[in-house]
Design a protein around this ligand. Structure first.
Ligand SMILES: Cc1cc2nc3c(=O)[nH]c(=O)nc-3n(C[C@H](O)[C@H](O)[C@H](O)COP(=O)(O)OP(=O)(O)OC[C@H]3O[C@@H](n4cnc5c(N)ncnc54)[C@H](O)[C@@H]3O)c2cc1C
Length: 455
């Protein structure tokens, strides 16, 4: 098949979700990828990093088991074995995804594609056409000008393939990817220092959450400098040396560059065919349409949050839009975010600052400390669930920090997206003893009837 209702360039989270949903809607689909189906998330992102984070949690549990009266000795990390476990997880999911795509009769074309006309993508000399074209070519790990990625200076792509635990690492960037790798390496026994140019770690989160993570990292012995910019780095056979703008010099075995991801759109014929881009990002309206009729863009190549589940949602949205189902737009602010470091960070909706900017004094905020939550005490974790609500109105944001709080994001995003009032949630029952109870307790308190909390 060389022509289809939907022609998709890129088989990552955004592209393959669009393929699967389009096929469900009885549209014919061609999906093109130059690499493995599943993209960054499955092969170089979410899944492999979360497998490493799980191994890190196991290491921490062994190290701290005496606190629970269990005697173990952590002999060390067998990195090839950790990688084997991680690769096994990825391989099983990859097989499942290939089976899904095949069973829905999606035509998968392997090869590098280029847009050669608004409705045509060329792959290995063959032209494929679509009534609709969906651009889903994702993102790549950026560096900073003058900082070459090679040898001991690496991005997440190379860091994921290390077959040893470095003795020491400098992590450039305290955003999601930086703090996750810092967490893994510290748990595996490395000496870790994060360099963040902005005033806080995870700078896109509510400031109280950033501060709590900084406290927890300090306690874990993860070093970080905040508010000082990186100046330069050099490497030798044995290590790297990093100079900061204030003249401070740091050295370590490796440097991880985690300064964000850029859109993967260069030399693919997008601009040549009139598709509007801005600093490489494909410009779309809220319905994910580009300026060229019949061409849509989804996932990381569109400006906004770079998250796999945003890609899934984009892909589904565009398939339904093409099928004429008029799907509902979901604003980026209401997309749940989880950072899987230890302790975890999870949030959805407006942070306190954003809510105060939008509603002035008409904002209620409540922070429920996990100190009052039985399950969190059993696990030995600290943190909180912070609610941000409009006065006499719905909850507009939920912000959490603590071990395993990422698991609470499901209910949090229902509350925010369904515009629930604190009183609505307060009447519902949260099972005891779970960390989820903290969600109920926070809403009880905000509704004026705190149970295990001071008024
Ligand atoms: C280390 C790391 C950890 C992450 N952890 C998480 C997480 O825990 N949770 C989360 O939600 N998100 C996470 N992400 C982000 C997530 O991986 C991305 O948001 C998601 O993969 C974006 O999906 P996409 O479809 O837009 O692009 P991608 O997944 O990047 O897919 C794009 C696809 O297009 C293909 N392609 C590109 N150009 C061409 C071409 N010219 N021809 C043919 N094919 C082409 C590529 O081969 C690729 O398969 C993480 C990312 C990284 C790097």
């Amino acid at each position: 098949m060389t022509s289809a209702d939907v022609l998709i360039l890129g088989g990552g989270s955004g592209g393959y979700a669009c393929a699967l949903r389009s096929a469900e809607l009885r549209l014919s689909v061609i999906l093109i990828d130059k690499d493995k189906l599943g993209g960054t998330c499955l092969h170089r992102g979410c899944i492999p990093t979360k497998a490493l984070l799980h191994a890190a949690e196991v290491a921490d549990s062994s190290r701290e088991s005496e606190n629970f009266g269990v005697k173990t000795t952590l002999e060390g990390i067998d990195m090839p074995k950790v990688n084997e476990y991680r690769d096994g997880v990825v391989a099983r999911l990859y097989k499942g995804l290939q089976g899904l795509v095949k069973s829905r009769n999606v035509t998968f074309i392997e090869g590098e594609g280029k847009l050669v006309a608004p409705n045509t993508v060329e792959v290995n000399g063959v032209n494929y056409t679509g009534k609709n074209v969906v651009l889903a070519t994702g993102s790549y790990a950026k560096s900073i000008p003058g900082l070459e990625i090679s040898g001991r200076i690496m991005t997440s792509d190379q860091a994921l393939n290390l077959d040893y635990v470095p003795a020491s690492v400098i992590v450039l960037g305290g955003g999601v990817i930086g703090v996750e790798f810092a967490s893994v390496w510290k748990s595996f026994g490395a000496d870790v220092t994060i360099l963040e140019g902005l005033p806080h770690l995870v700078p896109n989160e509510d400031i109280s959450v950033s501060k709590a993570l900084e406290r927890a990292y300090r306690k874990r012995g993860i070093n970080f400098t905040l508010g000082t910019k990186f100046a330069s780095a050099t490497q030798s056979d044995t290590g790297v040396e990093v100079t900061l703008e204030d003249g401070k010099i740091l050295s370590a075995e490796l440097l991880l560059v985690a300064v964000g991801r850029g859109p993967n759109t260069a030399n693919m014929g997008f601009e040549d065919n009139g598709v509007a881009t801005e600093r490489g990002w494909v410009v779309v309206n809220e319905r994910l349409a580009t300026n060229i009729p019949g061409i849509f863009a989804v996932g990381d190549i569109t400006p906004g949050l770079q998250l796999a589940h945003r890609g899934f949602q984009h892909g589904i949205f565009v398939a339904e839009e093409i099928a004429g189902l008029n799907p509902v737009v979901i604003a980026d602010i209401n997309i749940p975010k989880v950072t899987y470091c230890e302790p975890e960070v999870a949030s959805v909706g407006m942070n306190e600052e954003e809510a105060r900017a939008a509603f002035g004094d008409e904002v209620n905020v409540y922070e429920y400390n996990l100190g009052g939550n039985g399950k969190s005490q059993i696990l030995g974790t600290a943190g909180f669930i912070k609610l941000v609500a409009q006065k006499d109105g719905p909850v507009v944001g939920i912000h959490m920090v603590g071990s395993r709080v990422g698991e609470q994001i499901g209910e949090a995003q229902l509350i925010v997206n369904w515009e629930a009032y604190p009183e609505d949630v307060a009447t519902l029952i949260h099972a005891h003893p779970t960390q989820n109870e903290a969600m109920g307790e926070a809403h009880l308190a905000l509704a004026g009837k705190p149970l295990h909390a001071h008024a």
